[in-house]
Design a protein around this ligand. Structure first.
Ligand code: NDP
Length: 292
């Protein structure tokens, strides 16, 4: 292995520490406690784990955590009513509706019912538009975490060739917007991309957000490239369930200059950025300077 490992776990701990300091200052100087509401509809086991971790880390950062668990057959109108109540609640500065939602619900309608100023996931169409036009937005947590790691590792990203594999609204597209805003030359690849390997080999920065275990192999990586692996895939190996990324770590780490591991890379940064967004939303709501 030649690549430097980008330690997302350690970086996320640092970010969470900075958020906790910011929260402590808000409490001491202004008597304000940021609050994050997380709404989970149904009983998806992976979502339940995420929601539990989010609640735990929210409390650890000194914020108030409000969890709302609704049965899978909740009428959409009831969820919209809950979002309306959270929008109006001054103790709630951030609202996150855990995706995916049950099939009878219109996720776009639900997400766009959240007050954009409390949309700490950055999925509301207004925040998407603000990000795309280079204005102050709530930035989706996973791509924000990737960008923070890239900046920390590379410094300026200006002029670098960036390839994002995946074009989802929650990862691929906002990641591409953020890299464009950093003056990268950005290519977004997807399932219809021709000769993905050669597209990837042109990347100084390669972000994989596909959801296919270990599909990006070492021969698709430019020597010295920085590789960010967003994928979280559960696979059975030797009778055990293991987590692997979208990048084949064994081969890619022999070629890349730096790489994020799975687990311990992008994943921990996502929740850290959610907390950072909640702190930012609280400062904005109270007309206070935003944390850097
Ligand atoms: P989606 O399923 O929404 O999107 C996957 C994207 O990959 C699509 O744009 C699809 O293309 C593209 N794709 C699929 N197959 C190929 C292929 N063979 N070649 C090239 N592109 C392909 O996934 P998400 O963006 O939601 O998530 C991606 C991964 O990131 C998942 O493993 C998910 O678990 C993980 N994730 C991790 C997070 C974290 O905190 N670390 C947070 C969010 C997601 P097309 O559009 O053409 O169908």
């Amino acid at each position: 292995m030649t690549a430097r490992i980008i330690d997302g776990k350690a970086f996320a701990a640092k970010v969470r520490g900075q958020v906790a300091e910011g929260v402590a200052r808000l409490k001491a100087d202004h008597g304000i406690t940021p609050g994050l509401a997380v709404v989970l509809v149904g009983e998806d086991p992976a979502s339940e784990v995420y929601v539990r971790n989010k609640g735990k880390q929210t409390l650890e950062a000194g914020m108030a955590s409000f969890e709302h668990k609704l049965p899978a057959d909740t009428p959409e109108a009831d969820l919209l009513a809950l979002i309306g109540a959270l929008n109006a609640d001054p103790a709630v500065n951030g609202i996150l509706v855990q995706l995916p939602l049950p099939g009878h619900m219109n996720a776009d309608l639900v997400i766009n019912a959240i007050d954009p100023a409390k949309d700490v996931d950055g999925f509301h169409i207004l925040n998407v538009g603000l990000l795309g036009t280079g204005q102050k937005a709530m930035v989706p947590c996973t791509p924000l975490g990737c960008l923070m790691m890239l900046r920390d590792h590379l410094g300026s990203l200006s002029g670098l060739n960036a390839v994002v594999v995946g074009r989802s609204n929650i990862v691929g597209k906002p990641m591409a917007q953020l890299l464009l805003a950093e003056s990268c030359t950005v290519t977004v690849a997807h399932s219809r991309t021709r000769d993905l390997a050669s597209v990837c080999r042109g990347a100084d920065i390669l972000v994989a957000a596909v959801g296919r275990p270990e599909m990006i192999t070492g021969d698709m990586v430019k020597p010295g490239a920085t590789v960010i692996d967003v994928g979280i895939n559960r696979v059975e190996r030797d009778g055990k369930t293991r987590l692997v990324g979208d990048v084949d770590f064994a081969s890619a780490s022999g070629v890349a200059g730096a790489i994020t591991p799975v687990p311990g890379g992008v994943g921990p940064m996502t929740i850290a950025c959610l907390l950072a967004n909640t702190l930012t939303a609280t400062c904005r709501a109270n007309g206070l300077p935003e944390p850097e």
